[in-house]
Design a protein around this ligand. Structure first.
Ligand SMILES: Cc1cc2c(cc1C)N(C[C@H](O)[C@H](O)[C@H](O)COP(=O)(O)O)c1[nH]c(=O)[nH]c(=O)c1N2
Length: 245
């Protein structure tokens, strides 16, 4: 018998209530920009959230992430200034008729949120040849994003909102935080307790963009395999209706 079999543990479905809780976290998770309470996020709560991140899947079990916890107001003000600069460039990239709407959006909560996280990816964490990264070097970044998603969902369950800010020049962010050249800043997140949040994405509420219907994202047996009458589409539509977001 394979001795590693002894490490197996039962892995059946969750109870209905547990399953509901997981889906509730998924469907009520929001990108938060404006509703942060200044109430500090205690270390034990942050530890649970970060541990969820550290238990994400990763290519070759590489665990390429680092979690930089940023509480110092001065550091966050520096990043806020980087955002302001990048955002002024960003607005000019949109068609003229979208620029006023873009300007009216609040796209970060860097100093409003009591804690920020910068989540980085170290491509050298597990040596030059990594199981599973042999044919696509981007797999380490994808793994880091899995950690981000775990953090986002765990935070939701804790009543902590998360906002991802990507309107920052990555090289300047690296410099501001003393991140080595080889390390990639993947995500900059603002975290804080929230007492209310949008039921649907804020960009949808504010008319920027709508959630796509299932037929826009589903195909069968290849890229072009559209099947408009497929029962999976109707079932997904119903599930999206139940999710209400
Ligand atoms: C990689 C990445 C990067 C960003 C985002 C998300 C992700 C995944 N989002 C949040 C984004 O706008 C939001 O997720 C969608 O609008 C959907 O809304 P919910 O997350 O469902 O609330 C985001 N939001 C924002 O206000 N400023 C930003 O710079 C970014 N950047």
């Amino acid at each position: 018998m394979d001795p590693s079999n002894e490490a197996l543990a039962p892995s059946g479905p969750f109870s209905p209530a547990e399953r509901e809780a997981v889906y509730r976290a998924i469907f009520t998770r929001r990108d938060v920009r404006s509703q942060f309470s200044p109430q500090p996020v205690p270390d034990d709560v942050l530890a649970r959230i970060l541990t969820a991140g550290h238990h994400a899947p990763s290519v070759g079990f590489m665990q390429p992430w680092s979690f930089l916890v940023l509480r110092c107001p001065e550091t966050r003000r520096k990043v806020q200034a980087l955002f302001e600069e990048a955002n002024a460039e960003a607005v000019a990239m949109f068609p003229p008729e979208k620029q006023a709407q873009y300007r009216a959006l609040k796209l970060e909560g860097i100093v409003d949120a009591p804690v920020n996280l910068c989540i980085t990816c170290d491509p050298d964490r597990a040596g030059p040849v990594v199981l599973g990264r042999t044919h696509d070097m981007a797999m380490d970044r994808y793994s880091t994003v899995c950690a981000v998603q775990n953090i986002w969902l765990a935070a939701r369950a804790e009543g902590v909102g998360v906002g991802w800010v990507s309107i920052v020049d990555p090289a300047r962010l690296r410099e501001a935080l003393g991140i080595p050249e080889r390390v990639v800043p993947v995500a900059y997140l603002c975290l804080g307790y929230v007492h209310e949040a949008y039921a649907r994405p804020e960009l949808e509420v504010k008319g920027w963009r709508q959630r796509l219907p299932p037929e826009a994202v589903l195909s069968f047996d290849g890229w072009d395999g559209r099947q408009p009458g497929h029962p999976l589409l109707a079932a997904m539509r119903a599930a999206m209706g139940d999710a209400g977001s």
